[in-house]
Design a protein around this ligand. Structure first.
Ligand code: COD
Ligand code: ZN
Length: 374
């Protein structure tokens, strides 16, 4: 490989400071160190979490930073000791790693690898350095994977090798949004056939929850969003009812309880607001209901404990509960076998240079997923 062992100059979208648009720059990407993999990103989609990064509303994200965490690409070169992938392999970089050794990785019930960056205050690689520079400045990684860069360097245990037949411009969604929502229904809530579900928020993540509920055999799937333009897609993916909280002059939990008698069996919050988190919790059956929080909140939340004392279960999910290195390749294979159609979430495809346009579409509620192509 002509580039192996050398610094690569390529394009990346750099967020120099919170609240500013991304700036497409030429960056230098250092070769992978021992145990690391350098990946040529072919396609990356835009998730709302990246917008939280741009706004500076996520803790533990230092600027300047290269965001992006829904990407797919091809291994360009590997560092010393890397054995699970080789140059030319199609891969998905993982925003949640799977080291395979920690107690959570060894527990079949958990996917929260302890080697994750979530416990670290800075967004650098595990050795506390960055592989990116731009205009003489060190640029931070994001979730270790920074997929808004033509080349990125990630630890080997945050890379999943996928089927060589996978279309990278489609399976990039499996890196985060699709897997998070679909897994929230299948793995975290364990939705049962015949049950009733409510999904708050119909973005790429919430619509993937709808798909997961449908695949699990839910009989009634109630989709909730303040943007009624999302309802047609929700119905196409399996929603049986769609409600806009703004059409009612009472809390959504009351609307859902009236619609279902005793509340839904499973509720999901895929927005990240205090009021919708409480509404989702209060919407599920007081005794046997399960509420899954998918969205992240940058503040504390207080609830009436009676909501839980009566028997409800309140859970969270990270990447839909999938053990990533093991399950992401399987999800890609299921996609190739036609077991689900995550392509329905792709509303726009743009050249990478139009990354800011992609964010405008998301903020305006006009896109579900925009795929950016390098
Ligand atoms: N009531 C109902 N719907 C609302 C409300 C409201 N008050 N406010 C917003 N909405 C709707 C919007 O109209 C929109 O349709 C939807 O909520 C949000 O969709 P998107 O497309 O903006 O966002 P997604 O689906 O890409 O991401 C949503 C997350 C909740 C996952 C994201 O914002 C987040 O919190 N990420 C961090 C946590 C996480 O789980 N991450 C894993 C994926 S990175
Ligand atoms: Zn995401």
């Amino acid at each position: 490989m002509a580039t192996a062992g050398k610094v690569i100059r390529c394009r990346a979208a750099v967020a120099w400071a919170p609240g500013k648009p991304l700036s497409v720059e030429e960056v230098e990407v250092a070769p992978p160190k021992a145990g690391e993999v350098r990946i040529k990103i072919v396609a990356t989609s835009i998730c709302h979490t990246d917008d939280h990064v741009l706004k500076g509303s996520l803790q533990k994200v230092e600027f300047p930073v290269i965001p992006g965490h829904e990407g797919a690409g091809i291994v360009e070169s590997i560092g010393q000791g890397v054995t699970s992938v080789k140059p030319g392999d199609k891969v998905i970089p993982l925003c949640l790693p799977q080291c395979g050794e920690c107690s959570f990785c060894q527990n079949p019930e958990s996917n929260y690898c302890q080697k994750t960056h979530f416990s670290e205050p800075q967004n650098l690689l595990p050795d506390k350095t960055s592989r990116f520079t731009c205009k003489g400045k060190q640029i931070h990684h994001y979730l270790w994977i920074s997929t808004f860069a033509e080349y990125t360097v990630v630890p080997e245990y945050a890379v999943a090798k996928i089927d060589a037949a996978a279309p990278l411009d489609k399976v990039c969604l499996i890196a985060c949004g699709f897997s998070t929502g679909y897994g929230a229904a299948i793995n975290t809530a364990k939705v049962k056939p015949g049950s009733t579900c409510a999904i708050f928020g119909l973005g790429g993540v919430g619509l993937s929850v709808v798909m997961g509920c449908k695949a699990a055999g839910a009989a009634r799937i109630i989709a909730v969003d303040i943007n009624k333009d999302k309802f047609a897609k929700a119905r196409e993916l399996g929603a049986t009812d769609c409600i806009n909280p703004r059409d009612f002059n009472k809390p959504t939990q009351e609307v859902l309880t009236e619609m279902t008698g005793q509340g839904v069996d499973y509720s999901f919050e895929a927005i990240g607001h205090v009021d919708t988190m409480i509404a989702a919790l209060a919407s599920c059956n007081a005794s046997t209901g399960v509420c899954v929080m998918v969205g992240v909140l940058n503040s504390e939340i207080s609830i009436d404990p009676v909501l839980l004392l009566t028997g409800r279960t309140w859970k969270g999910t990270l990447l839909g509960g999938w053990k990533t290195r093991e399950c992401i390749p399987k999800l890609v294979s299921s996609y190739l076998e036609g077991k689900f159609n995550s392509d329905l979430l792709i509303t726009h495809t743009l050249p990478f240079a139009k990354v800011n346009e992609g964010f405008e579409l998301l903020r305006a509620g006009k896109s579900i997923r925009t795929v950016l192509l390098f």
